[in-house]
Design a binder for this molecule. Structure first.
Ligand code: TSB
Ligand code: ZN
Length: 586
C-alpha cells in the first residue's frame, strides 16, 4: 500500500481532503467543532466534536456525498496569515482552536488559516489550490478518539479516509483495504474458533479455544526444543510478585502506569507481574556463579499482566493478559556481542521456519528528556546504547532508530511487523540491560577471584504467544501450514453407509501416528462436506470411495486445489509426515 507520508503530493492532497471532510461535516452538523485533521500513512483523519451525536456507518455515505458537492463547487482554497491576537479573535468561539493557538509560541510560527467557500480552518498547510482537485476519495471508517489521546478527556469522533490523484489508485487502495479486513485475525479467529473474549472475564483477556490451543501448544513445543538445544534452562515462576520486588527492580517507579493496581493479602502487598525479569534475577542469585558458568540463560513461558488502554486492546495482538516466550541471559561483558548475535540468529532462523519475510529491525533508544520513564543514569545509557549500536553494526543488520521506545532499563532491538489492520507492532525483542543486575546486586566470581556484575540480555523470540499467533493468523489468512493446523486431515467417505468402515480404519491409522484427523461421515452431500473442508482451510482432504476401499489406497486433495492424488496408505503417511517435519504449507 502506498505510504501517503512518503509522497509529498499525496500528503498535501490527503490533508486537503481532511478539510473537505470538515467542510462537509460542518454543513451536515452545524454544531460540529474541529480538533485536528492530519494526513497519515494510510490517508487522513479528522477528530471532531459533534456534541451528543455519534457517527454511525450510514453517516459516512451521507458525509461523502456532501464532500462530493463541496468538491464540485470548485472553491478556491485561500491562505491567510494572522497574528496571534487576530487568530484568537477569529476563532474566539472555538475552544479547540483557541487551545491550538495558545500552544503556539509567540513569534515562532506564522499562524495561518485556509478558507474554501464557507469553511475556514486553522492550518499550517500547504493545500491544493481548488476543491475541485480533491476528487478521488473515500471515507473508510470511524472510531472514538479521546481529545489529546487522554481517556480523562471528552471522546471525539474520528473519521478516516483516503484520497488519490486518480480512480485506479483509489480502487487499488480500496481493494487492499478489503483484503486486509478479510485477513484480520479477529475475524478469522472467530470463524475458525481459535479464541474468544467474554465481558465476564474482561477486556483484553482472550480465552484460547481448543483449535487455538493446538496452535499455541505447537509454538510452545517448537521454541522450547530450539531453546533447549541452545542451552536455555527453563523455569516456572508465579505470575505475582510483591510490591517490594518491583520497587527493587525499578518497575514500581518507571513502569507503574502499565501495571495492574496493587492488592493486599494479609499483610503482603502484591502486584500481577508485568514482566518476569525480577523473578529470573532472583533465580540467578539463588546460586553462586563463576565466570566459567556464564552465559546462564533462564527461559520461561511466562504469563504477564499489563494495563493497556481499553481502546488499544485488540484480539490476540494487544492484550492485558499475555504469555511471553521470555528469557534472561546473564552474561559477562565480553560475551555481550556473541550472545546478542546468537539471539539475532535465532530470530532469523525462526522467521525462516515461519516464512516471515516482511519485517524491520528497530533500534529503540531512550528519550534523554524523559526522566520519568527512563532510569536516570546518562553514563550507563550512553554505554549501553553505544554497545548495542556496535553489536548491530558488527552483525550487519539494517535497522532504523526510534527515540523514546527503549525499556526503562535499557535500549532494545525490536522486530516490527505490520498487522492487517492498524499500526506496526513489535514481535521479537532483544534488550541490553546494565541496570537490573546492579539493582539486584547480582554477581559472579571473575577470573581474579573478585566479584563482578553480569550484564543481562532480555529477549523474547515470539514476543508473546498471543501476538505471534495473531500475526501468523494474518500471514496465513487462516490457512496454516500442516504442522500448525488444528485439523490436519479430514477423512470423507463418499457414501457414509458404504465407506465409513474403511474411512474409520484410515482415521485410526493417522491418529495412531499423531496426525490430527477428523472423520466427516455425516449424512450430507459429498459436495457440501468437501466445501466445508475448504472453508475450514484443512490442509488435507481424503476422499474415500469404492476404488480406495477395494485397492486399500487413499485419495487426497490439498487445500485450495481441485486435483486428487491416489497413493498407498504407507505413502500417504510418509507424505504428510514429511510435510509436518519440514513445516511446509500443504
Ligand atoms: C523480553 N522484560 C522483557 C522481556 O525479558 C519485556 O517484557 N520486554 S517487552 O516489554 O518488550 O515485552 C516483550 C514482548 O511482548 C514485546 O516484544 C511484544 O512482542 C510483546 N507484547 C508487549 N505488550 C503486549 C501486549 N499488550 N499484548 C501482546 N503482546 C505484547
Ligand atoms: Zn525482561
Amino acid at each position: 500500500m502506498i505510504n501517503i507520508k512518503e509522497n509529498e503530493k499525496l500528503e498535501i492532497l490527503n490533508h486537503s481532503c481532511a478539510h473537505l471532510l470538515a467542510q462537509a461535516v460542518q454543513h451536515l452538523y452545524p454544531q460540529a467543532k474541529f480538533w485536528v485533521g492530519p494526513a497519515i500513512e494510510e490517508g487522513f483523519y479528522y477528530d471532531i466534536d459533534l456534541g451528543e451525536e455519534v457517527i454511525k456507518e450510514e453517516d459516512l455515505e451521507r458525509i461523502e456525498k456532501e464532500m462530493k458537492k463541496c468538491s464540485k463547487s470548485s472553491k478556491k482554497i485561500v491562505r491567510q496569515e494572522l497574528t496571534k491576537e487576530e487568530a484568537l479573535e477569529k476563532f474566539k468561539d472555538d475552544p479547540y482552536k483557541i487551545d491550538l493557538i495558545n500552544r503556539m509560541e509567540e513569534g515562532e510560527q506564522v499562524i495561518s488559516c485556509y478558507t474554501q467557500g464557507d469553511f475556514t480552518d486553522l492550518c499550517r498547510g500547504p493545500h491544493v489550490e481548488n476543491t475541485k482537485q480533491i476528487k478521488y476519495f473515500k471515507l473508510i471508517k470511524f472510531s472514538g478518539a479521546y481529545w489529546k489521546g487522554d481517556s480523562k478527556n471528552k471522546m471525539l469522533q474520528r473519521i478516516y479516509g483516503v484520497c488519490f490523484e486518480n480512480q485506479e489508485d483509489l480502487d487499488a487502495c480500496l481493494k487492499e483495504i478489503e483484503e486486509r479486513k478479510l485477513r484480520d485475525h479477529r475475524k478469522i479467529g472467530k470463524e475458525q474458533e481459535l479464541f474468544m473474549n467474554h465481558e465476564l472475564v474482561g477486556s483484553g483477556m482472550p480465552m484460547w479455544l481448543p483449535n487455538g490451543a493446538i496452535i499455541r501448544k505447537q509454538l510452545e513445543n517448537y521454541i522450547y526444543e530450539k531453546e533447549q538445544k541452545l542451552g536455555y534452562l527453563h523455569v516456572y515462576t508465579p505470575c505475582v510478585g510483591t510490591v517490594d520486588l518491583y520497587k527493587t527492580s525499578g518497575h514500581w517507579d518507571h513502569y507503574k502506569e502499565n501495571m495492574f493496581p496493587m492488592m493486599k493479602v494479609d499483610e503482603e502487598e502484591f502486584v500481577l507481574r508485568p514482566m518476569n525479569c525480577p523473578h529470573h534475577m532472583l533465580i540467578y542469585a539463588n546460586k553462586l556463579h563463576s565466570y566459567r558458568d556464564l552465559p546462564i540463560r533462564i527461559g520461561e513461558f511466562a504469563t504477564d499482566f499489563r494495563y493497556e488502554a481499553s481502546g488499544a486492546v485488540k484480539g490476540l495482538e494487544r492484550v492485558r493478559c499475555m504469555c511471553q516466550n521470555d528469557a534472561h541471559l546473564f552474561v559477562r561483558p565480553d560475551q555481550i556481542g556473541e550472545e546478542f548475535k546468537k539471539v539475532v540468529s535465532l530470530i532469523l532462523n525462526v522467521y525462516q521456519d515461519f516464512g516471515i519475510k516482511d519485517y524491520k529491525f528497530r533500534l529503540s533508544l531512550r528519550d534523554k528528556e524523559d526522566k520519568e520513564k527512563y532510569f536516570d543514569d546518562d553514563k550507563m545509557w550512553d554505554e549501553a546504547e553505544a554497545k548495542l549500536r556496535e553489536v548491530l553494526n558488527d552483525l550487519g543488520v539494517e535497522y532504523f532508530e526510534a527515540i523514546g521506545e527503549a525499556a526503562f532499563y535499557g535500549p532494545k532491538l525490536d522486530v516490527e511487523v505490520k498487522p492487517a489492520v492498524g499500526p506496526e507492532v513489535t514481535l521479537s525483542t532483544c534488550q541490553l540491560d546494565f541496570l537490573l543486575p546492579r539493582r539486584f546486586e547480582l554477581f559472579y566470581i571473575d577470573s581474579n577471584g573478585e566479584k563482578a556484575t553480569p550484564v543481562v540480555l532480555h529477549r523474547a523470540i515470539f514476543g508473546t504467544f498471543d501476538r505471534f499467533t495473531a500475526f501468523m493468523i494474518e500471514e496465513t489468512k487462516g490457512a496454516f501450514p500442516t504442522w500448525l493446523s488444528p485439523t490436519q486431515v479430514s477423512v470423507i467417505p463418499v457414501n457414509p453407509e458404504l465407506h465409513t468402515e474403511y474411512a474409520e480404519e484410515i482415521t485410526k491409522l493417522l491418529r495412531d501416528n499423531n496426525i490430527r484427523v477428523e472423520l466427516d461421515n455425516r449424512n450430507e452431500k459429498l459436495g457440501y462436506r468437501l466445501r466445508e473442508t475448504q472453508t475450514k482451510k484443512i490442509p488435507y482432504t481424503l476422499i474415500i470411495g469404492d476404488s480406495e476401499k477395494d485397492n486399500q489406497t487413499i485419495s487426497y486433495r490439498l487445500f485450495g486445489q481441485k486435483d486428487t492424488t491416489t497413493v498407498s496408505k504407507e505413502d500417504f503417511l510418509k507424505i504428510i509426515t514429511e510435510d509436518i517435519t519440514n513445516k511446509r504449507r500443504a
